[in-house]
Design a binder for this molecule. Structure first.
Ligand code: HEM
Ligand code: HEM
Ligand code: SF4
Ligand code: SF4
Length: 437
């Protein structure tokens, strides 16, 4: 017999999608039975009370978590999101329901051994509920009490060799696409760079020292599977600067219908036989491709590396061999002054250990933003307030046409005094000598 009636939640057990309600019930039941005789460190019925409070929220249409919550572990300024129920008497099992962020491995590849060990820890000291994974990338442990935080942290670090993720005004947990592990488009080792920079900037991740939050994300190519351009203050997007590699025989095989376009991604519907002219040549955003007499040609100087042709014919076309990444800056969600996607800052940079050039860009930006950023001002907002030119100056990057989608249309142009012959100091009397009042 469940502790609370949940008629509204129960409706979410039907339908084909995996039901989080059914899963919650399963975990509640497992904790009630406790077949492994676990000495639960937080209330055994935490999951039932979570369902109870959620049902109440479904009923009255409002949240039942109190405002905020400041908890954590010594040495760190973040990593744990404190949370308390506003009906602690009715739902004592979730009176404390803190979330712990656990730094996931790059690419989110796991062994069952590692996951089982984490689960054992979390069954014992937490609710047994998780989020795999948070949007930023972390493994999320959902729900424990304050006294358990240091215990969990001790076990994570001493037994599992595993650290917390970030929260607060700091570098948050970096994340990446699976990259070279399982993708032929990857133009650099996203996992290696993500892992390296996560380690390199542990101090910035664990102890908030910034005006506001800051995120890194790493995509191996412009397909952006980790959506770095929209979800990271600094996004690293793989690209190449020589020629797309063409296998003419494989192109012919696509034309002959031997290979399915887009690796069969549209197989669920009849789109007719593959038409290279319609589906590739005419779709190229710059019109830099040609297919004549059974031969595909690309004018690579005009190619913007949009990935379309490669995505359609992955067995015939490959990114070039001279690879690296672009760095874009400033993406953020709407609050305060409107949503932003990353703006191109470094068109091309080689990605080579020990990544010194990349670190120079990062640290120059941090030096600027940490001094000039207002309280709770994202990098993107500082760029708007002080100007893109300022960002170029502090990173020592020369302005190039690639920095803009289009030149400005308004004429409110600032000049530096040294750029103007004679400077800004003028004497009105001198002017009056030539122009009477
Ligand atoms: C067809 C009519 C007009 C044309 C083609 C014209 C054109 C111009 C041009 C080329 C400039 C120089 C802009 C610059 O500094 O780069 C200028 C400046 C100026 N014009 Fe006109 N103008 C016209 C009418 C007027 C009228 C009717 C007024 C006043 C009632 C006026 C007031 C001014 C003033 C005050 C400036 C100086 C702006 C400054 O100091 O930056 N203009 N105009
Ligand atoms: C007693 C007469 C006038 C007064 C007191 C006056 C006052 C002003 C003021 C205070 C501004 C704003 C300046 C700024 O924000 O920097 C302005 C802007 C402007 N005024 Fe007048 N104005 C007068 C007559 C005129 C006339 C006759 C014209 C046109 C023939 C004119 C055209 C403009 C324009 C085009 C601007 C915008 C300039 C800009 O974009 O920066 N004004 N005026
Ligand atoms: S972003 Fe590009 S390299 Fe990374 S997984 Fe997606 S397609 Fe592959
Ligand atoms: S990558 Fe895009 S721009 Fe370049 S040739 Fe292919 S379709 Fe055209």
């Amino acid at each position: 017999m469940a502790k609370h009636q949940t008629p509204l939640l129960d409706q979410l057990e039907s339908g084909p999608w995996p039901s989080f309600v059914s899963d919650l019930k399963q975990e509640a039941e497992a904790r009630a039975k406790n077949e492994r005789n676990i000495e639960y460190q937080i209330p055994q019925d935490v999951v039932e009370d979570l369902m109870g409070v959620l049902e109440l929220s479904y009923k009255d249409g409002t949240t039942h978590w109190k405002h905020g919550g400041i908890v954590g572990v010594f040495g760190y300024g973040g990593g744990v999101i404190g949370r308390y129920c506003d009906q602690p008497e009715q739902f004592p099992g979730v009176a404390h329901f803190h979330t712990m962020r656990v730094n996931q491995p790059a690419g989110k590849f796991y062994t069952t051994k590692y996951l089982k060990e984490l689960c054992d820890l979390w069954e014992f000291r937490g609710s047994g509920l998780t989020n795999m994974h948070g949007s930023t990338g972390d493994i999320i442990f959902l729900g424990t009490t304050t006294p358990q935080l240091e215990e969990i942290f001790y076990e994570l670090t001493h037994k599992h060799n595993q650290d917390l993720g970030g929260s607060g005004s700091n570098l948050r947990t970096p994340s990446d696409c699976i990259g070279q592990a399982r993708c032929e488009y990857a133009c650099y080792d996203t996992q290696a760079l993500c892992h390296y920079l996560t380690n390199e900037y542990q101090d910035e991740l664990h102890r908030p020292a910034f005006p506001y939050k800051f995120k890194f994300k790493f995509d191996g190519c412009p397909n952006c599977c980790v959506a770095s351009i929209a979800r990271a203050d600094l996004s690293f997007v793989g690209t190449w600067r020589d020629e797309i590699q063409i296998d003419q025989e494989a192109v012919k095989a696509y034309v002959a219908g031997e290979f399915p376009p887009n690796a069969g991604a549209h197989a669920g519907r009849d789109w007719g036989p593959f038409d290279i002219q319609k589906e590739v040549i005419d779709r190229c955003p710059t019109g830099c491709m040609r297919y004549e007499d059974g031969k595909l040609e690309i004018n690579n100087r005009e190619c913007t590396r949009c990935m379309h042709c490669i995505n359609v014919m992955p067995r015939a076309l490959k990114p070039g061999k001279d690879r690296g990444c672009s760095i874009l800056a400033g993406a953020k969600a709407p609050i305060l002054d409107g949503a932003q996607m990353g703006s191109l800052l470094v068109p091309f940079i080689k990605v080579e250990e020990p990544y010194d050039e990349i670190k120079e860009v990062i640290e120059a930006i941090w030096d600027w933003w940490m001094e000039e950023g207002k309280n709770r001002e994202r990098l993107g907002e500082l760029m708007k307030r002080q100007g893109f030119q300022k960002l170029l100056e502090v990173t020592n990057i020369k302005p190039v046409p690639q920095h803009v989608q289009e030149p400005r249309t308004n004429p409110y142009i600032f000049w530096k005094e040294e750029e103007v012959p004679g400077g800004f100091e003028r004497d009105i009397k001198e002017f009056r000598k030539h122009h009477q009042r």
